[in-house]
Every structure is written in structure tokens, then in C-alpha cells.
Design a protein around this ligand. Structure first.
Ligand SMILES: [Zn+2]
Length: 181
């Protein structure tokens, strides 16, 4: 497992780089590195008891995310939200980089996601599917990480952001966040 970056670590602001599939599929070492990254992410997500993780949250700014909403860790390479569907509602949202804090965030009921699947020895062609409910929320959240965004703080009033920042730094000074970078 890897240690998760604690907001507002500046790396979380980076725009993650796409995975170059043609280049990757021509190089078995690179595929293995990506499979290892996905395994690391799944283990980390499990250890921190999260339902989603973007690679940038463990300090690797590439467009790879994992989810854990149905008992199976899933990996999405180069994911992108094609469109939002089904109207939106306010939901309680957290982030592994902002431990123990939850904010009301506006999210769509459904998300149409395009991504490339990670196979054992290659990355497959782009697929599209529609996610609903919690999975839709998690996918939207993780895709935002790939563009350096965390809606629950970036879209919050600055007073809320300051409170969260203060709370995290107090807990860090108190030695409560040793598992975070
Ligand atoms: Zn997050």
C-alpha cells in the first residue's frame, strides 16, 4: 500500500497525464507497472476504507482511478465523464485526502463514463457505460481529481475551506494523521 496525500498537498492540484495506450501496449514492462499501480491503489483504497481513489492521491499524476462500491475493486484507465444524466441532488461526500470530513455536494444521479479497461497484459479499447447512484458520485469525484479538483473544498465557501484546513492541520500536529503525506 501507499500513503495518501493529505489536502491541501499541492500535488493534488496537478492535472494528471493520460496513459498512452499504444506506447504502453508495445512495452510489457510498462503494462506490468500499470498493473502494479492498480494493485497498489486497490490495496491502499482498502486499507483507508475508501470507495474510490485517483492515482494522483498516492502521488502519481496519471489518469487512472479505482472504485470499490460493490465489493470488487475496479480500475478505469483514461476515464472521462461523457455526460451527466438523471438530474442532480445534494449528497454527503468525503475524500480520502480529507479524512473524517464530509460536505454536502451536488451530484448527478447518473454518469455516462468512457474508459479503457486494464487487462492482464494490455489495456483494452475504450468502453462506455452508465453508472448510477453511489458509483456515479464516486466516478465523478475521482475524474475531478484527474483535473486537480476536489469539489467538496474547491466549490465550498472560503470560510468552510479555512475550517477544514485548520481542523486537518490541528489533527496533523496532534499526530493523528501519520498515515498521510
Ligand atoms: Zn477524493
Amino acid at each position: 500500500m501507499k500513503r495518501v496525500l493529505l489536502w491541501p498537498n499541492p500535488t493534488l492540484k496537478l492535472v494528471s497525464a493520460p496513459v498512452d495506450i499504444q506506447e504502453l501496449n508495445a512495452d510489457p514492462t510498462a503494462v506490468k507497472a500499470l498493473v502494479d499501480l492498480a494493485k497498489d491503489m486497490a490495496t491502499t483504497m482498502g486499507t483507508y476504507r475508501g470507495v474510490g481513489l485517483a492515482a494522483v492521491q498516492i502521488g502519481i499524476p496519471v489518469r487512472v482511478i479505482t472504485t470499490y462500491t460493490d465489493g470488487t475493486p475496479r480500475v478505469y484507465v483514461n476515464p472521462r465523464v461523457v455526460r451527466l444524466e438523471g438530474g442532480s441532488r445534494m449528497v454527503r461526500e468525503g475524500c480520502l485526502s480529507i479524512p473524517g470530513i464530509f460536505e454536502q455536494t451536488r451530484r448527478s444521479e447518473s454518469v455516462v463514463l468512457a474508459f479503457q479497461p486494464l487487462l492482464t497484459d494490455s489495456v483494452g479499447a475504450e468502453e462506455t457505460f452508465t453508472a448510477h447512484g453511489l458509483l456515479a458520485q464516486v466516478l465523478a469525484h475521482e475524474c475531478e481529481h484527474l483535473d486537480g479538483k476536489i469539489a467538496m473544498v474547491d466549490d465550498a465557501p472560503s470560510a468552510t475551506r479555512q475550517l477544514i484546513r485548520g481542523d486537518l492541520s490541528k489533527r496533523r500536529r496532534g499526530g493523528l494523521l501519520r498515515d498521510y503525506v
